[in-house]
Design a protein around this ligand. Structure first.
Ligand SMILES: [Ca+2]
Length: 494
């Protein structure tokens, strides 16, 4: 009897909660026209995917989405590491609008304004995330054992209001059984496999499901089956190829012996014209990685990409089996890119294309497959999916609705992409013909200017070339205008 009374109260409370949620920002009875399946990899450079031209690392499952969707060749993140990038595209504001330049969620800054999934939730969609969608420290946020956290319930910098439900995927990370090596800061080879944000390669014993991403794929498959008859917004966050480069041994075999990996060219004097903040925070030199270690880092990264790609395939198979491909928008992307030895740089943070550019594929039912060369930004995803789903536009969002590109991929939606590296006070304006990077709000810490046609790898900084003086002045003014525009918004951030 008492149980039934409690149950009725629970029903009442749930009812009140649903009503309260429906009354929030943006709800007007409109239902999303499509499901959104948002698949995001962590620290994945587009240069590692075969659909973007990599001939060594094969990614058949991501390529299959590209073959049916629109693949963007000039997509850029808004912040070149996890925290600011994810807070930006999930909230719909640039990092310098919210001031979220580190590893927190943007809720205190946006108040009761709806995040991307929350907007869909307010319009009646079931919303869930599996693993890392907002920021979560990797490997610490998913690695069980040793740090005293309950990793089934560790949510990182998540935003609870965004979700109907949320799921974590703990795994062994670098502590997985198998053959492991610490490549970074280990020149004499005496260090064991270490944790943290360190270059470690582990050829793990056993299969996919031991690992966080294997569990994430399995949960995603389960959620697709369970919610196929209702509108959903599902965020599926894979943590690979973020370090540690750990994946089941079978994914490594294509890249062994690692010695056969081909590193980018090493150019004499490459760093001489780069201002100090433009030398990336991780380099072959400061990581003390010799050529053998550099090649193994590349092979280990590619193995992690192959492993992640296989998990993407499981999710896409489930969508097909559920019979809801024709009512689901699929997006595949990463929070930012990654260096694999270009300029002897490694990892993220830099504002060069390999790090600020991202893979982006958008597959919408009924739209023709295409390749689109317009500049687009991850911040565009929120307004674009809202428009595609028939949800009301919100002027406050700082991205653009790029859905017209899906019907006419030859169109352009912006002349430049904008990205930031707050760790270095770095700002990028990437145009068709030029890449302009400045360090400091007034460029007081240096400038890089590259002619991307004559010098696509960016070996020659033209900032001191007298012939480019006017261009540099013009870029400084454009950057100041962009920052002003970003800061003019409806948020009340000090
Ligand atoms: Ca990341």
């Amino acid at each position: 009897m008492i149980d039934r009374a409690i149950a009725s109260l629970l029903v009442l409370f749930t009812g009140l909660f649903v009503t309260a949620a429906a009354a929030q920002d943006g709800a007007d009875g409109t239902k999303p026209k499509y499901n959104v399946l948002f698949i995001i990899s962590d620290d994945l450079t587009y240069t590692a995917l075969s659909c973007y031209g990599n001939e060594v690392c094969h990614t058949p499952n991501i390529d299959a989405i590209a073959a049916q969707g629109v693949r963007f060749t000039r997509a850029y993140c808004q912040g070149t590491y996890c925290g600011p990038s994810r807070a930006s595209f999930m909230s719909g504001y640039y990092p310098h609008a919210t001031g979220v330049l580190g590893y927190t969620n943007p809720r205190p800054q946006i108040g009761d304004r709806a995040t991307w999934p929350q907007y869909f939730r307010n319009h009646g969609a079931y919303t869930a995330r599996v693993s890392k969608v907002f920021h979560m420290g990797i490997p610490g946020g998913v690695q069980y054992g040793g740090d005293g956290r309950d990793h089934d319930h560790y949510n990182g910098a998540d935003d609870e209001l965004s979700w109907t439900e949320r799921f974590n995927s703990p795994g062994p990370e670098g502590m997985a059984a198998g053959s492991g090596e610490t490549l970074e800061g280990n020149p004499d080879g005496k260090k064991p496999v270490v944790g943290g944000n360190t270059f470690v390669v582990v050829e793990a014993d056993g299969g996919d499901d031991i690992h966080s991403d294997g569990k994430t794929a399995r949960k995603a498959v389960e959620l697709i089956q369970k919610h196929k008859d209702e509108r959903f917004w599902l965020g599926i966050g894979f943590v690979r190829p973020h370090v540690p480069f750990v994946s089941p041994w079978k994914y490594h075999s294509a890249f062994k012996p690692y010695d056969k990996m081909e590193l980018p060219p090493k150019v004499e004097g490459d760093w001489d014209d780069i201002p100090k903040p433009g030398i990336n925070y991780k380099t072959s030199e400061n990581m003390k990685m010799d050529l053998r270690r550099q090649k193994k880092a590349m092979g280990g990264y590619y193995a992690a990409v192959s492993f992640m790609d296989a998990q993407v395939g499981k999710v896409m198979d489930a969508l097909k089996e559920a019979g809801i491909e024709d009512e689901t928008i699929v997006i595949f992307t990463s929070d930012h890119g990654y260096h694999l030895g270009e300029h002897d740089f490694w990892a993220k943070v830099s504002l060069r294309d390999e790090s600020a550019g991202v893979p982006l594929i958008i597959k919408v039912p009924g739209k023709e497959p295409a390749v689109c060369e317009s500049f687009v930004e991850l911040i565009d995803l929120y307004p674009t999916t809202a428009a595609l789903c028939g949800l009301p536009a919100q002027d406050r969002l700082q991205g653009k609705d790029i859905s017209p590109l899906l019907d006419d991929p030859k169109r352009e939606v912006r002349a430049a992409a904008f990205s930031v590296a707050p760790m270095r006070k770095g700002f990028l304006l990437r145009e068709r013909d030029w890449a302009y990077i400045q360090y400091g709000e007034n460029a007081e810490n240096g400038i890089e200017l590259f002619d991307v046609h004559a010098d696509p790898e960016g070996y020659t900084n033209l900032v001191d070339d007298p012939a480019q003086a006017e261009r540099v002045t013009a870029f400084k003014a454009k950057m100041a205008a962009k920052l002003k525009e970003v800061r003019e918004n409806d948020l009340e951030v000090p």
